[in-house]
Write a new protein. Sequence first.
Length: 339
Amino acid sequence: MSASRVSLGPAARLVVCAVVPWGLCVWLGTSPAPVPAALPAVLILREDVFAAPRLALQRMTGVVVGVLIAVAVLHWLPLSTVSFLLVMVCGCAGTYLLGGAATPNQQVLISALMIYATATPGYPLARLEESAVGVAVVALLGPLLWPPDPYRTARAGLDAYRTDLTARLDGIADRAAAGQPAPAGPEAVALWRRPQELAAALDGTLARLRFVPLKRADSARLAGLRPQLGLAARTALTLQFFTSELTDRARAAPAGPATAGPAPAGPDPAVRALEPLVRATSRALDEALRGADCTAALRDARAFDAEHRAAFPTRHDAVLRAGLHLTHEALADHPATPR
């Protein structure tokens, strides 16, 4: 899908959600230029269209509180420095009390200042009416006009992680065959954290879809990704542990028998023998994250695990394999989930 076509939907949504409340307010006669009716579309319809109902409610609450603050101050005090400072203090307090320090509700202060600066009869009521119309249109129409497919977005994130994970494990297998440590760096840390981020994004999308009419059916499809994301998060921890142990073992000098004198130079044979085990584990995990049946691939991975255990039976070798063994256990507990 081209970039222009992807941006066409949000642009058309923004135009419709701005023009419709403008036309309604002109028809109702609130004012000849009802700008507050069109502002919710500009300020609310952003990247996450499914958050529009929640953001619309927050905006309307801020507008109401801001209007009440300005009307109350102007009722008791004339236009002056004292009344302006009082509006500013009360507006800032409402901004943070209604939104929090992370996402303050700026509509409290903005609405209070606009009412204070436009001290004409009837304007506060007109602003409330126009804001209410704009907010209602955005909350009801915004998520329904050319919405993104939440399942496709979540699935794409999981597939991207699966692809990157397979490439990472293949690279680890190649380096293990040469007795080298696993590749490290910030990208490796980011990879192991990504399943938790994807799971958090999925939970947030499911929570927002509860307030979107005609979109709740997508919740069932999205919920079907939970087992795969749970597997991804569980195995990310076990594989991170494995790569850490592999790195420590590969960088250490190979240990020989206690009576054999100095250890021979060269790669650790236990590390080099991990190569087929890592590749088989990668195949099994790839199939499971695709939603396929990984039974056969897991059986092969466990067979390589048994061969490695027979060839390298010491406690230190068991620790080296522990992360992969725990990954196999997670795969065994995971049911196949067709796409």
